[in-house]
Design a protein around this ligand. Sequence first.
Ligand code: IMP
Ligand code: MG
Length: 178
Amino acid sequence: MINDIKKISVSEDKIQSILTRLGNQITKDYKDKEPLFIGLLKGCNPFMVDLMKHINLYCTLDYLDVSSYAGTKSTGNVRINHDLNTNVEGKDIIVIDDILDTGRTLLAVVSLLKARGAKSVKLCVLLDKPEGRVAAIEADYVGDLVPNEFVVGYGLDYNEKYRNLPYIGVLKEEVYSK
Ligand code: IMP
Ligand code: MG
């Protein structure tokens, strides 16, 4: 698998420093609160699991699997493939995803959670690709910025593969023509 990688965009060391920084920041910002972490499947893992080890708070977690309707800018157009088990009413929520690209998915998720009565909703993403943005949404916690280039690893996939790569990298061109 690793022979398919052309270059490393975010190294394992860099990921560790991101986890420490974001974990400390969230611990500080949510002092005296009990946040509910909602991971978007499947890209939130391993980021969410590793990040939580750096958070010194009482907190809970749940998972949501959604697809945003392509080709629309309206909010709330989201198909739920796997719903939460938790009632979000009155909860302080931190949504975790692998990457913020067009922003359509996260915008739809935020409006869904607010419609269900969440007290607050913040977004935490490992990567942000600002050039890809279509929806008016920004993340509150960002691990690293990446250029408009397709990346895989540490949760990010190409055809469901490479999620288990311990770092973020760019695939060799020949992989796409396989
Ligand atoms: P969007 O912000 O609604 O466009 O959705 C972001 C989703 O698109 C992410 O959760 C990823 O599943 C996928 N995605 C966007 N850019 C990349 C990339 O560079 N590599 C792998 N998946 C990506
Ligand atoms: Mg995804």
